[in-house]
Design a protein around this ligand. Structure first.
Ligand SMILES: [Zn+2]
Length: 281
């Protein structure tokens, strides 16, 4: 069973809703990054939020969410692609831990079709968490007013649940529907309560959110953990190294061993292969 995303519109044209179950995807990344407990939760929430933003704002673009921990300590990178594949990376600080806290920031970055990057940076209020930072980002950088909640329930290295939703206010939203929705979300359980009660399944979450509001599902897509690395890609990036550096790697005559930072896949380049790069680069 892979994770999936559901998109819906309310029939009155007031709201667009995107819901996501990212449990398996988060588990894949958490395992590859050997993250546990609070770090794993933070990693899963940045991942879930990044996928939600891509699915809502630019499903056909690559979106990366880069979280920098309090006082600039450590980084979490969530990397989400248009085909639904998603990977993540956690870089721990040399000292201390990566946490929410003063001066933590979230940078949402999109790779446009012409290869240029478009980014928006917001500070993360520890009381509002990743959800609050994403709401701020949507307002400031995308000029979209929305309610966002992302959450992950993690025990040790096991992601019991990860998921979330975005309720986007469409330009035609009237005061009536807005009041109904605001009221609905106010009485709504926290995302952790919902996930804990087994309501992470997108259809259930959607029904909970749009209770009594006539709506139409407009799309569904899959999301999964997968890394884009390959021997060819790695060879290509090795080929960009200065010849002197490649010669140095060859010096001891042993194969070059490299692990992918994202998925921990192991690669081994025989000296002959490196020599080939030296000849062609
Ligand atoms: Zn990889």
């Amino acid at each position: 069973m892979s994770d999936h995303v559901l998109r819906a519109l309310t029939d009155d044209g007031a709201f667009r809703v995107v819901v996501l179950d990212a449990t398996e995807t988060s588990q894949g990344v958490v395992t590859a990054q050997k993250a546990t407990d609070a770090r794993a939760q933070l990693l899963a929430e940045v991942l879930t939020g990044t996928v939600l933003v891509r699915e809502t704002m630019s499903p056909d673009l690559r979106v990366q969410g880069i979280f920098q921990g309090h006082d600039g300590k450590g980084r979490i990178i969530a990397d989400s692609f248009p085909d639904g594949t998603t990977r993540g990376l956690m870089q721990l600080p040399k000292e201390g831990d990566i946490t929410l806290g003063d001066h933590a920031v979230l940078n949402m970055m999109r790779t446009l079709h012409n290869g240029e990057l478009s980014q928006g940076v917001v500070s993360v209020d520890p009381r509002e968490g990743i959800s609050g930072a994403l709401m701020q980002y949507m307002q400031a950088s995308e000029q979209v007013t929305s309610f966002i909640a992302v959450g992950a329930i993690v025990r040790g290295s096991v992601v019991a649940r990860a998921g979330g939703y975005i309720v986007q206010l469409l330009p035609e939203v009237g005061e009536g529907p807005l009041m109904v929705m605001t009221e609905r979300l106010r009485e709504f359980e926290s995302i952790y309560g919902l996930l804990g009660a087994g309501n992470a399944e997108p259809n259930k979450l959607l029904e909970e959110l749009l209770h009594l509001m006539p709506h139409t599902k407009v799309g569904e897509s899959e999301v999964r953990f997968e890394c884009k690395c390959s021997e060819e890609r790695l060879a290509l990036s090795l080929a960009t190294l200065p010849k002197r550096d490649i010669a140095e790697l060859l010096a001891d005559g042993a194969p070059l061993e490299i692990d992918c930072d994202y998925c921990a896949r192991h690669y081994r380049f025989a000296p002959e292969r490196l020599r080939g790069l030296l000849a062609t680069s």
